[in-house]
Design a protein around this ligand. Structure first.
Ligand code: HPA
Length: 283
């Protein structure tokens, strides 16, 4: 990956030279999230992941595989629509390519979004959860294979990154209070990240709730490790798409329902991000 990293450095500097974009805020859009947020981005320059990374493009449903550079409410952003997943057979390092690229573009802050099932009985599909913490249950860690050239480039001395508080509490506070101004209900909870792609059994879901998780999904945790390793201020949202409590009333999961609720929660997350960008753009 040393040579792959060097070619990423060149791609980022070519793109900066071409677009003159200097984004500070990166946003990763997960399942069903692209639709609402896309319409907010102005002065756009779009480039496909295939062009950027000359490699794998996301295959997952509703993951487009495109970077948009532009502005939201005057704030310069890099919006990554779609991500690679471990369940597509990619390594933990490969699925972090957007995070590494955002850092190379000069971003200092990353907002992640994903779709997740609710382990917490108090949640409802269509709700938004802000991550207060996570359980990385993927059995993977992207820093095991982090290239030496990358550590050198960013002057990172060791891989033992502090994860005692990976999610920025001040940013979460902003989102909670902005949500209440907009009459959007937010939960703050723990996300369990699994490899997938099969959904969990009911026994697994009850176990995850016992472990202290409020929502479950198949992404984000490895990217957040990389984001913290690279020193990015990190925040993440779940679009709650289905009840996954594993209790006696557990329904069969349907992908159509998951996509529908990802859209509903995605519209709320887009509104919250729009307000956040307005705040960030203020001098
Ligand atoms: N489990 C895992 N991933 C998910 C779920 C779920 O119930 N819903 C949406 N993504």
């Amino acid at each position: 990956m040393n040579t792959a990293f060097e070619s990423l450095v060149k791609t980022a500097s070519d793109l900066q030279a071409l677009t003159k974009a200097r984004p500070r805020l990166a946003i990763a859009l997960g399942t069903g999230q692209s639709h609402a947020l896309d319409s907010l981005v102005e002065h756009t320059h779009r480039v496909s992941y295939q062009e950027l990374y000359a490699g794998a493009a996301p295959q997952a449903l509703s993951h487009r595989g495109e970077l948009t550079l532009g502005t939201i409410n005057g704030c310069s952003v890099a919006v990554f629509s779609g991500r690679l997943h471990l369940y597509e057979g990619h390594s933990a390092l490969a699925i972090c390519q957007n995070v590494i690229f955002a850092k190379l573009l000069g971003c200092n802050e990353f907002l992640f979004t994903n779709a997740a099932g609710a382990l917490n009985q108090a949640y409802t599909p269509g709700d938004v959860m802000i991550l207060s913490d996570h359980l990385n249950l993927t059995g993977e860690n992207p820093l095991i294979a982090a290239p030496a050239a990358m550590a050198e480039h960013f002057r990172i001395e060791h891989p033992f990154v502090d994860m005692s508080q990976p999610y920025d509490s001040l940013t979460s506070d902003f989102f909670n209070s902005h949500a209440s101004e907009l009459s959007i209900t937010t939960h703050n909870g723990v996300y369990a990240g699994l490899k997938g792609p099969s959904l969990e059994t009911s026994a697994e879901r009850r176990m995850l709730a016992t472990l202290g998780a409020d929502a479950v999904g198949m992404s984000t945790v490895n990217e957040v490790i990389m984001s913290r390793y690279l020193g990015l201020t990190t925040t993440a949202f779940c679009a709650i798409t289905n009840m996954a409590t594993g209790g006696p009333d557990q329904q069969e999961d349907s992908i159509e329902q998951i996509l529908e609720y990802a859209d509903e929660a995605g519209a709320k997350i887009a509104q919250l991000i729009e307000g956040f960008c307005a705040k960030r753009a203020k001098p």
